[in-house]
Each structure stands twice: as C-alpha cells, then as structure tokens.
Write a protein that binds this ligand. Structure first.
Ligand code: NAD
Length: 333
C-alpha cells in the first residue's frame, strides 16, 4: 500500500522541495502550512491551510498518515531570530508540542523533527576559525537565542516520546540550507539569499556597493537544498534516533561568500560593513557521524549551489525592478 506522509511547513522553503521529492519517490503527500508556497505550486496530493499552534488543527493534519516530517516553524535569518525571542519561543513550542502529541494520538509510525545548528552553545562558537561542531557538543547547553532553546527542548521531547511512548522519532540538525524558491526579501531571508539579492541589485542597477552586517569575517558552512532533502530522506529511512548534523563542512567567511556570488554574477562589488546582528562568530558542521550513520554526506559544491540560487534570485530581482521602475528602492535595501 502507498505510504502516506505529512509534511508540515510545506509552504516554506525546505518543506516545498521535500514535498516534490517525496512525490517523485511515490509517496502520498499531505502538506500543511499557514500559507501556500510563494513561488511555484505544491506537488502535494492534498494541501491543508492550518495553524499548527492549535491542537485541533494538528490532530486533523496528522490523521491517517504513516510518517510526519515536522518542518513548520516561525523562523528567519539572524535579523529576525535575534529580534523576536518571545514570539519564536511561544509559537514554535506550541507548534511542536501539538504536532508531536497529535501524531502520537493518531498512531503515526515515524516522525522526523527538523532542528538546527542554532542549538549549539555559544561558548563553542566564539572564534571565526571554530572547531567543527559534533553532535555531543550540544551540552552543557547554551544556545544564543530563544530559537535554539526551543529547538533543543523539542529535540528532547522527541527523544522522550521515543523512550517513554515507543514512538519512532528522528532528529536532524540543519546547518544553513540554501537554494532557489526560498525567501529572498522582506526581513526573514538568510545570508546567502540576502547577498544574492544585493549582488543582483548591484549588477542590474550598476551601483557596486552592497551592505553587509558586521566585518564579514564571521564564518559558516552552507548546504544546498538538494543535499538537504536527500539527507532528510536517508535519515527517515535509517534506524538512527539520536540528533544528527546535516550540512556542509566547508567553512567560509561571509566576505568570501559574497565574493563567490559576485564572481558567479560577473560583477564587481564594494562591500560596506555596517553594524547589525551577526549571530555566533564561527560555525561549522562536523560530519563524522553523518558519514557513519548514512554512509553519505552532502556533495553539491557551494559554487554549484550558489550558481542555481543566484540565477533564480536574479530573475526575481529583475522582475521586481521592472515592476518598481523608475525607483529601485524596494529591493535595494
Ligand atoms: P520557512 O520559513 O521557509 O518554512 C517554515 C514554514 O512553516 C513556513 O512556510 C511557515 O508559514 C510555516 N509555519 C510557521 N508557523 C506556522 C504555524 N503556526 N502553522 C503552520 N505552519 C507554520 O523555513 P525553512 O527554511 O523551510 O525551514 C524549515 C525547518 O527547518 C524549520 O523548522 C527551520 O527551523 C529548520 N531549519 C532551517 C534552516 C535553514 O537554513 N533553512 C536551518 C536550521 C533549521
């Protein structure tokens, strides 16, 4: 019989790509989200508009499915995460407690929770040239933001539901996922999308100056969406129930990231460093356990991933510039 799955957050960036992948693999898919995907229609067999902070909506969404991929979250880039602690902690706690509990009530067989590298303690991420983060580095806990604290508590909820109620849970910790069809403007976009937008504006308007928060020497690793979706699927199929990193382990500074994108765009840029939220100083994924558990690690290069992402964002920016001509102010900020 066809396996039935629910993807929460199916109107968002990763959820939308995951639905497409699950459909290609032959699953029956229900998507649930507050909104439909913004850029292309969902491939889901059924798409439910629902606020998963509410128990009755979570109960309906998780009915009659075998697997749940729990991606719904109130989230965004550093600007959003560092300025909305109460909202994020409240909303995401409600979403995750209700979705997990409803899945248990509906006897869901397997449940994958999407956590984040933001759970790792700040004291391990104070240097740009940071030691890559291993899964066991999560404790003693000291995440920088409420977003990370909530993710950590929801990880533990999944672990305890497995231990105490026998529910099969999987926990993945993403490290900066990027790609086309993600938020690229409006305040919730993350660094790769924001830089692609700014560099596309520089190219299309002929003004080479782009703004960057901080000195640009802060470091991260970035993982392309196709690798992310593949890793999610492999983890769900595996018998591994502890939290697992999913990201690239090539660390670059944000200045380097900007220059790679500018080379792809074929444009000269001048970076103006301004004050703004930067998150931790350095972060990288240790993929030792990922390789052991899945026999695989992300393989798409940063350059190839950025090529696809930049092309897509440049198209969005070009359309927006056309629509807002003669003023370019709306996308240039
Ligand atoms: P996204 O913001 O694009 O998608 C999240 C979706 O959740 C959105 O479409 C949003 O509308 C939906 N949502 C929010 N509140 C909801 C509610 N009350 N009820 C129903 N739906 C609701 O984010 P994404 O990048 O696709 O991230 C997916 C998951 O992966 C999230 O849990 C996120 O925290 C996690 N994550 C992402 C990254 C990354 O780099 N993108 C890194 C670490 C963790």
């Amino acid at each position: 019989m066809q396996t039935r799955v629910l993807v929460t957050g199916a109107g968002g960036f990763i959820g939308h790509h995951l639905v497409t992948d699950l459909k290609k693999a032959g699953f029956w898919v229900r998507g649930a989200d507050l909104k439909h995907p913004e850029f292309t229609a969902s491939d889901a067999d059924e798409f439910v508009l629902a606020d998963l902070r509410r128990w009755e909506n979570a109960l309906a969404a998780t009915a009659d499915v075998d697997h749940v991929y729990a991606l719904a979250a109130d989230m965004g880039g550093m600007g959003f995460i560092s300025a909305n602690h109460a909202q994020i902690l409240r909303n995401n706690s409600l979403i995750n407690i209700h979705t997990l509990d409803a899945a248990r009530e509906n006897a869901v067989k397997r449940y994958l929770y999407t956590s984040s590298a933001c759970i790792y303690p700040e004291y391990r991420q104070r240097e740009a040239n940071v030691e890559p983060l291993k899964e066991e580095h999560a404790y003693p806990a000291d995440p920088q933001d409420a977003y990370g604290w909530e993710k950590l508590v929801s990880e533990r909820l999944c672990t305890h539901f497995r231990e105490d109620f026998g529910m099969e849970t999987r926990i993945v910790r993403f490290h900066n996922i990027f790609g086309p069809n993600g938020t690229w403007e409006g305040g919730r976009e993350k660094a790769p999308a924001a830089l692609c937008r700014k560099i596309a504006v520089a190219k299309l308007t002929g003004n080479p100056e782009i703004e960057m928060w901080g000195d640009g020497e802060q470091t991260r690793s970035f993982c392309y969406i196709d690798d992310c979706v593949k890793g999610i699927r492999l983890l769900m199929q595996s018998s591994y129930a502890e939290p697992l990193n999913l990201g690239q382990d090539r660390m670059v500074s944000i200045n380097e990231l900007a220059h790679i994108i500018a080379a792809i765009a074929g444009v000269r840029i001048q970076i103006r460093h301004v004050s703004g939220p930067q998150g931790v100083r350095g972060r990288n994924s240790d993929n030792t356990r990922l390789r052991q558990v899945l026999g695989w690690a992300p393989e798409i290069s940063l350059e190839d991933g950025l090529q696809h992402t930049y092309e897509w964002i440049e198209q969005q920016v070009a359309r927006r510039l056309e629509a807002t001509a003669p003023s370019h102010a709306a996308v240039a900020g």
